[in-house]
Write a protein that binds this ligand. Structure first.
Ligand SMILES: [Zn+2]
Length: 320
């Protein structure tokens, strides 16, 4: 209720319409008249109220997101971030695939007496591998020691071998090495036990075993070669009588001549006597794989042999 400018009471209905009172009613009666008219018009208001609310909602929804409907007017709306903020720098490695490990150690299996035989793999697995084997003959400790020194050298100079792939079995015959014998625990010459076409049943110093590949060490070496598929294999031995040489089988003459420039040993196509069931026969002759039988002077210490052959081995590993 309000008072009009002229002093006579007026009522204001929804929508602001003024309702003038008839003078014959008293002031209280005017209020009653006003309330009655209000109630009389209410159904019409109730009918249009949902329409008004819908229109309000639709209007509000057109240009404002739902969660901003009830923000106080005039308050600036924070922009919603649609993307991740730009990085200040590009991580150099995070987006690249994880690099493969530089060194991998494989347990090949056990010797005839149960000693563990391990294989060390270095560098990039995707590159052609150079396989180096030491300790085939237990009475030639220089071979196993030079192979172990090579493992140590590669670990200390890994950057030098980042673009190489080298696999090393430092000691194929740990039982012979422990006992200081040429053969394994069963007295078999592992370099006469390979299942080569020329395998023979031999006895004594060059005992080839009761049949080809009869020894566990031979089986482990064959598995390793079939798994690694080496582009070049170097088996490190020691020989007496000044017969040191870079003996090759299969397509390895160029490597034998390259190694000769570093170690000074003559490159030779044959060791000078038959070697039935040898690695050179099985892999080199039968399978046309490149094999070097590196014969170092057995009169020299392992340290001296390493000095003579370090660069020859590294150049062979790197293929130059
Ligand atoms: Zn040997």
């Amino acid at each position: 209720m309000n008072k009009s400018a002229g002093g006579s009471p007026n009522c204001y209905l929804p929508g602001g319409e003024a309702l003038k009172h008839t003078p014959k009613f008293r002031r209280n009666a005017a209020s009653l008249e006003c309330a009655t008219e209000y109630v009389r018009r209410l159904p019409r208001l109730a009918a249009i109220l949902p329409v008004l609310l819908l229109a309000l909602a639709a209007g509000a929804g057109c240009d404002r997101p739902f969660d901003q409907w009830f923000r106080p007017p005039g308050k600036p709306v924070e922009p919603v971030a649609q993307t991740q903020p730009e990085l200040e720098y590009e991580p150099p490695i995070a987006t690249r695939p994880a690099a493969e490990p530089f060194e991998r150690i494989v347990n090949l299996g056990k010797s005839a007496r149960g000693r563990q035989i391990e294989m060390y793999e270095f560098g990039r697995k995707s590159l052609p591998a150079v396989l180096i084997i030491g300790g085939v003959h237990g009475d030639e400790p220089q071979g196993a020691e030079v192979a172990a020194k090579l493992v140590e050298y590669i670990r200390l100079n890994r950057a030098e071998f980042a673009d190489a792939h080298v696999v090393i079995i430092p000691c194929l015959n740990p039982d012979g090495r422990a006992a200081g014998t040429r053969g394994n625990f069963n007295g078999v010459d592992l370099n006469r036990n390979m299942p080569a076409d020329n395998w023979e049943k031999t006895t004594g110093r060059y005992n080839g075993g009761k049949n080809p590949s009869s020894e566990p060490e031979t089986g482990l070496l064959i598995s390793a070669i079939e798994s690694v598929k080496p582009a070049l294999t170097i088996s490190i031995h020691a020989i007496a009588g000044g017969k040191q040489c870079n003996n090759w089988d299969g397509p390895a003459e160029r490597t034998a001549r390259a190694m000769a420039k570093f170690n000074g040993y003559p490159p030779k196509a044959t060791i000078g006597y038959p070697t039935p069931g040898s690695l050179g026969s099985w892999a080199g002759k039968d399978r046309s794989m490149a094999v070097i039988t590196l014969e170092m002077p057995s009169a020299l210490t392992a340290e001296k042999c390493w000095e003579q052959n370090r660069q020859a081995l590294i150049s062979a590993i790197k293929g130059r």
